[in-house]
Design a protein around this ligand. Structure first.
Ligand code: SAM
Length: 246
């Protein structure tokens, strides 16, 4: 599971003991060798499916962009600019390097900031993506997060993400995730600043309800990804295009 160029368990523990932002600053140089980076096979397939549905656009935004995995895959769908926002300067520095040879011609902009409260104008993106980062958004912040995404989308724009359903009660991964979450709750109760990272968040059907509650039209695509990701689902939530006045 772990790459030889990836972090040691000791380094991972040090990162988890710091804070979300400092932890990612420390992890950044080795992040692409961890299983936490969203694999290209998922992102490329997601981009293909979005393109097939007419999702190419002028301006795209990747929330919690990390080292730029999503930006690389979705840049060819954008004609003008693709923007990545992340709270970790260390992750953005690696993204800056790694995106130098990314396919596509859209301008790449990297911004340090919070996905829950972005500095961008309303309606300025035809595409908003977020991959591998929902664990960093507290469940109580999810409504605020989806409201912010909806605000950023232009009429007809799409919010694209990958999620799944809650594993069944007998599945070992459910209990591993619950155990991890329990440890993080104790860590965050005892140590400040917090390291926000919880599994089993922004799952279906809850993520769908939140998008629909904000007026987005949701398509959930099953069977889009190969093994071992066959249970992952691609969600495309589209803001209705404004009707032209009669
Ligand atoms: C697991 S990495 C995923 C990176 C990338 N999206 C990928 O799929 O490989 C999570 C990223 O989210 C960033 N992050 C966490 N909370 C954030 C927030 N509230 N706003 C912006 N970035 C955030 C972290 O700094 C980190 O770079």
């Amino acid at each position: 599971m772990y790459h030889e160029k990836g972090p040691t368990l000791r380094e991972l523990a040090q990162q988890a003991l710091s804070s979300t932002d400092r932890g990612y600053d420390l992890l950044a140089p080795k992040f692409d060798y961890t299983p936490f980076r969203t694999p290209d096979v998922l992102l490329e397939r997601a981009a293909e499916l979005v393109r097939e549905r007419g999702g190419a656009t002028a301006r795209g935004l990747d929330l919690c962009c990390g080292t730029g995995a999503g930006l690389r895959a979705f840049r060819p769908l954008c004609t003008e600019a693709i923007v990545g926002i992340d709270r970790s300067e260390g992750m953005l520095a690696v993204a800056r390097e790694r995106l130098a040879d990314a396919p596509g011609t859209a301008r790449v902009e990297l911004v340090r900031g919070d996905a829950l409260e972005t500095p961008f104008e309303s309606g300025s993106f035809g595409l908003v993506t977020c991959f591998g980062a929902f664990g960093h958004i507290l469940v109580e912040d999810e409504p605020r997060f989806v409201r912010e995404v909806t605000r950023l989308l232009a009429p007809g724009g799409r919010f694209v993400f990958i999620t799944g359903e809650r594993p069944p009660a007998w599945a070992p991964e459910l209990w591993v995730a619950k155990g991890f979450n329990a440890v993080m709750r104790v860590r965050n109760a005892l140590l400040k600043p917090e390291f926000i990272m919880y599994y089993l968040t922004f799952l279906l059907p809850g993520a769908r309800w939140l998008c629909e509650a904000n007026g987005l039209e949701v398509e959930v695509i099953s069977g889009a990804f190969p093994k071992p990701f066959a249970r992952a689902k691609l969600v495309i939530a589209q803001k209705p295009a404004t009707r032209r006045p009669l």
